[in-house]
Design a protein around this ligand. Structure first.
Ligand SMILES: [Cu+2]
Length: 372
């Protein structure tokens, strides 16, 4: 009983920390869990906006094999589902294309255009709005698209570390779509990397814990594109991917398939094992959790410097979830004591500073301490 409690609380804390894009629906029909999506090898964020990883996550210049390209039509409703996230910030969607073969496109370079954005609405960040909808978000593919294959990039930007340059965390997942459209080009288009700068006002927010008003926040990447322009959406020439070896295969066979609940529970043991062995204890303060972690990228340890839950951030209280994914109940404290990986201190922190027995409240920076 005691063991079970320990495992489940570690699991909840871990799942609520980092996040991945796992599933999408086209007009309410899904190709399946982690089907049609390039799953990254971990759920750690990209923090270097100048790296190729900012396009479609780690191994940016390598395309994975075994990822299906899913049919859609312009104007279709796309629903995405992410892991539970208590990291405040926006969600954006971009398309890259048309390309001859989405499965071979890295997405690195020019040819992206923004099609959807949800920032801060009615006092609530996009991540919390999604929490209230079982971590889903819906938008429509634009009309006036050239028929062809595209990468659909879903990005959740976590701003809980944005008070330092390079502290914002970009969670990115790319899906492969074959879109039937009526023709037309979209603009403005942007390059990734290229469009983001670590010092941009929507990425580096020095006063985010000190009087920042997110009401007028807009996510990076510029305005939402207008489609249907003349110029028929000429196909983007894509660079030859560097490798498609078995080392980067993330086929569905390597992925845990089951209901969301089943997958999350079964990933617990993996997460516990990994966090105790291969993750650098110096910089990584939350377990990397994923059922499909073949290796921890070297960038994971160094980039994961702000972690876990920031319940006091400018969000309204998160409504009770209707979904199946377990999640923490706000502060993560059980009564007056704070659970592992949850916030216990920092400037402007008004919650409990007492960790559960056996844990120590450890400062990560001036703004954030957590129980470890
Ligand atoms: Cu995280």
């Amino acid at each position: 009983m005691f063991t079970k409690t320990l495992i489940s609380s570690a699991f909840v804390a871990a799942v609520s920390a980092h996040q991945n894009f796992h599933q999408f629906w086209v007009n309410d029909v899904t190709p399946g869990y982690q089907v049609g999506i390039r799953m990254p090898p971990s759920n750690s964020p990209v923090t270097d906006v100048t790296s190729n990883d900012i396009a479609c996550n780690v191994d940016g210049s390598t395309v994975p094999s075994g990822v299906e390209t899913v049919d859609a039509s312009e104007g279709d409703t796309i629903k995405v589902q992410w892991d539970s996230s208590s990291h405040p910030g926006p969600i954006t969607h971009m398309l890259f294309g048309p390309v001859d073969d989405a499965s071979q496109a890295t997405g690195i370079g020019a040819g992206w255009f923004k099609i959807d954005e949800l920032d801060y609405d009615n006092g609530t960040w996009a991540n919390a709005i999604m929490e209230a909808a079982n971590m889903t978000h819906e938008f429509a593919l634009p009309t006036g698209l050239a028929s062809g294959e595209y990468l659909l990039r879903s990005e959740m930007l976590a701003l809980h570390g944005a008070q330092t340059v390079g502290g914002a965390q970009f969670y990115i997942g790319c899906a492969q779509l074959k879109i039937t459209g009526s023709g037309g080009s979209c603009g403005p288009s942007i390059s990734l990397p290229g469009a983001y700068d670590a010092n941009d006002a929507d990425i580096y927010i020095p006063n985010i814990y000190n009087g920042y008003d997110p009401s007028n926040y807009t996510a990076p990447g510029g305005p939402i594109a207008t489609c249907g322009g003349s110029g028929n959406g000429s196909t983007i020439a894509t660079a030859t991917p560097t490798a498609t070896s078995s080392a980067v295969i993330r086929s569905s066979t390597a992925v845990v398939s089951a209901s969301l609940n089943d997958t999350l529970v079964s990933s617990t043991a993996v997460a516990v094992a990994i966090s105790s062995s291969s993750v650098s204890p110096a910089n990584t303060t939350e377990p990397i959790t994923s059922a499909i972690v073949p290796s921890i990228p070297t960038s994971a340890a160094s980039s994961t410097f702000i972690t876990a839950i920031v319940p006091s951030f400018n969000t309204t209280s998160i409504p009770a979830a209707s979904g199946t994914a377990p999640r923490p109940s706000g502060t993560g404290s059980a009564g007056a004591t704070v659970r592992k990986y949850y916030q216990c201190g920092g400037l402007a922190w008004t919650g409990s500073t007492t960790c559960e027995s056996g844990l120590t409240c450890t400062a990560q920076n001036d703004y954030y301490s957590q129980c470890l």
